[in-house]
Design a binder for this molecule. Structure first.
Ligand code: SAM
Length: 335
């Protein structure tokens, strides 16, 4: 059978249909658990040009990728990112193109995105308190993030707010986040802190297990189960808030992993394919993309070959043992 026909199926039979593409490893925020002090950024010439990223996305689409999430660093700090989104939407209307952003630069760009057919955005926001926002991110930009969320809702762009649950940092804000979800048509999801890169300098005390978050949330609001995580609903357990407009969810990559359902590939801004968030192994797509004699099929073959080795992240973490971590930069992988 031609390998094109098999599309993107990994060695364990998981079909991959979701690509997370990091367009830059630079960010205008420096969240303490995410960005290292004095980070070494990828040199400009190593970063894929948008034309190269577009080719990559289309080649991946031919193999069965139907959803692409642009991430970073902060995707919007890269000049031309909005044009790139617009181009993807215009040329491949069937592709589900999404963005994960810290929201601080989004508001003024939303109208043109919405006009181009952009429909869904994930905004990362760990606190609703301005002082704490500054302490976590190093910048005074909470107002700009909230403005982006309101603007997205006004324009009919679906919003998911992703907060990393941080014990001792934002565990006193669960009620406020639940109120936001109750008052607006959006999703608030709490995700566990993962032992990747700089967060490993944070003590284990910051990990707030999803089960504990949920237990607390259920005491604060009447939650009715909607979607148990699964192939259609993704990694979150999602709840309706009785009498509210939005939804609440938790994501437990660490304490209750969902590797069996994983349908993702990640590509870093310098064209390295990663088959698992918890694996340090990468596959060089850029070399093939830039090689004068290697064509589209070579790039696709690397993707398909890499996928055969896609591990179970939970097994990697178990093998690392207590205190083990993945020595990569989350700001380069894109979450
Ligand atoms: N700048 C964009 C943003 O803020 O969404 C995209 C990149 S950022 C790396 C993607 C997501 O990864 C953010 O929601 C961030 O909170 C999350 N993140 C970073 N380090 C993490 C860690 N160690 N554990 C869990 N989530 C983490």
């Amino acid at each position: 059978m031609d390998s094109m026909e098999t599309g993107l199926v990994d060695g364990r039979g998981r079909r991959v249909s979701y690509l997370r593409l990091s367009v830059t490893d630079r960010c205008n925020l420096a969240c303490r658990y995410c960005v290292r002090e004095n980070p070494q950024f990828i040199p400009h010439q190593e970063i894929l040009r948008f034309e190269e990223m577009q080719r990559l996305v289309f080649l991946a689409q031919q193999l069965g990728i139907s959803k692409v999430r642009l991430t970073g660093g902060e995707p919007l700090v890269r000049k031309g990112c909005i044009d790139f989104v617009q181009r993807l939407l215009a040329v491949r209307p069937a592709l589900d193109v999404r963005l994960t952003t810290n929201g601080s630069m989004l508001a003024p760009r939303l109208a043109s995105l919405a006009l181009a057919g952009f429909r869904r955005v994930n905004v990362s926001l760990d606190t609703l308190n301005a002082k704490k926002f500054r302490a976590i991110t190093g910048r005074d930009l909470l107002g700009a993030v909230l403005e982006s969320i309101h603007e997205a809702l006004r324009l009919g762009v679906r919003v998911k707010i992703n907060a990393v649950g941080l014990r001792g940092v934002n565990d006193d804000e669960l009620e406020s986040f639940l109120r936001v979800a109750a008052e607006h048509s959006l999703d608030v999801r709490f995700i566990e802190l993962m032992p990747i890169g700089p967060c490993t300098t944070w003590t284990k005390e910051h990990l707030w297990p999803a089960a504990d978050i949920l237990e607390r949330a259920k005491k604060l609001a009447e939650l009715r189960p909607l979607d148990r995580r699964g192939p259609s609903s993704g990694p979150a357990d999602v709840y309706e808030i009785a009498g509210g407009k939005g939804r609440f969810g938790v994501i437990a990559p660490l304490t209750d992993h969902f590797c069996g359902l994983c349908n993702r590939l990640r590509v870093t801004a310098d064209g390295r394919l990663r088959t698992c968030l918890f694996s340090e192994r990468t596959f060089d797509l850029k070399r093939a993309l830039r090689h004068p004699k290697l064509g589209d099929r070579s790039v696709q073959r690397i993707m398909q070959g890499a996928l055969k080795t896609k591990p179970m992240g939970s097994e990697l973490m178990a093998a690392r043992g207590p205190g083990g971590y993945c020595d990569s930069r989350m700001s380069a992988i894109g979450g």
